[in-house]
Design a protein around this ligand. Structure first.
Ligand code: XMP
Length: 334
């Protein structure tokens, strides 16, 4: 039997009871598979890797070693929240690596989006591999693979071309050998992973958080990334998310974020010339990210966001709202 194929008879996990049953089965299987060996997991803080981490903590406790790589392209407080939840609340064995300088130094001056993606993906492997080599006796590699990832790989193997290279992480270097992979949610669809996450007790906001691309803010700080523009983007994005939360939009809109291009316009502040970047808001709804529509945000909310971003974020002097659906625009600008 192909154990990467979801059996047609497999029931969809839609309730806490079904999730609890799934969790029990997986705990048994994982314990059987790994025995008393250590398991390594790259924990980004996204839904899939977080659910796998929570499940494996239940199954094997401190035998699981989580590595969280902060590539310096995370949203505001994101890495801090991962550390707080997994180390302080779930008592995980978590290694936190602040690799901001490694990533930003490599990205300096690079403006081509595909080159940026490749650098971020490759450096992620380098940092993760460096950490893995420091650890003794790790036998298994855990991954947050979900069923759409498997379906996507099949499509790519059949030669279908993608618009962007979304493959965040390539293979690990030859010298890093594992006895096997631990992929407890590989036959689940995203909605099922979320149900399992809630059954495991993960916070609702984490389980239902919007998707965030692997290269992070790196593909939203358009062109060659600079630290000051990246900082402005992160602050503006945090304000957008805060206002979406406060106005009940976070649950209604599939993905919403800020993009900051490498363009300055003339503005005025405190009666003086004030050159700054524009913050571009993107808020889209979609079922599968293949096509997307624009969400109608109430003008009052847009005004509030504009007022806050221009007042609170150094370097931003305009706020724009991108009305382009996909197609013809893609969801991300790069
Ligand atoms: P696009 O821009 O292709 O985005 O319309 C569709 C969805 O994919 C996300 N995205 C990425 N995710 N690595 C990822 O993991 C990437 O390089 C990447 N590029 C885009 C995007 O956020 C949207 O949800």
């Amino acid at each position: 039997m192909d154990n990467n194929k979801r059996p047609e008879t497999m029931e969809r996990i839609t309730t806490k009871e079904l999730a609890d049953k799934f969790i029990e089965e997986q705990i048994r299987e994982v314990r059987e598979q790994v025995g008393d060996k250590k398991v390594l997991l790259a924990l980004s803080g996204g839904v899939d890797s977080s659910v796998v981490a929570a499940l494996l903590i239940k199954a094997i406790g401190k035998q699981l070693v989580c590595v969280h790589v902060n590539h310096g392209l995370m949203r505001k407080n994101e890495s801090e929240n991962v550390v707080e939840l997994f180390t302080n609340q779930l008592d995980a064995n978590l290694v936190y690596v602040d690799a901001t300088d490694r990533f930003l130094d490599l990205l300096a001056g690079v403006s081509d989006p595909e080159k940026k993606r490749k650098i971020i993906g490759a450096e992620f492997i380098n940092v993760f591999a460096d950490e893995a080599r420091k650890l003794d006796g790790v036998a298994y590699l855990a991954q947050g693979t979900i069923y759409p990832d498997i379906l996507e790989s099949i499509k790519q193997a059949e030669g279908k071309k993608a618009v962007k290279s979304h493959h965040n992480v390539g293979g690990l270097p030859e010298d890093l050998k594992f006895d096997g992979l631990v992929e407890p949610v590989k036959l689940l669809f995203k909605d099922e992973v979320r149900v399992v996450g809630e059954a495991l007790g993960l916070p609702h906001a984490m389980v239902y958080r919007q998707p965030f691309p692997g290269p992070g803010l790196g593909v939203r700080c358009l062109g060659a990334i600079t630290r000051d523009r990246l900082h402005a983007l992160r602050e503006a994005d945090a304000i957008l998310r805060d206002e979406f939360d406060k106005n009940g939009l976070a649950e209604k809109v599939w993905q919403y974020f800020v993009v900051v291009p490498d363009v300055k316009s003339v503005g005025v502040k405190d009666e003086s010339r004030y050159e700054g970047w524009p913050a571009i808001i993107r808020a889209v709804n979609t079922k599968d990210a293949m096509s997307a529509t624009i969400e109608e945000i109430p003008y009052a909310v847009l005004h509030k966001i504009t007022a806050r971003i221009t007042a609170e974020v150094e370097g931003i002097n305009r706020v724009l709202y991108d009305l382009t659906p996909k197609p013809v625009g893609t969801i991300e600008w790069e």
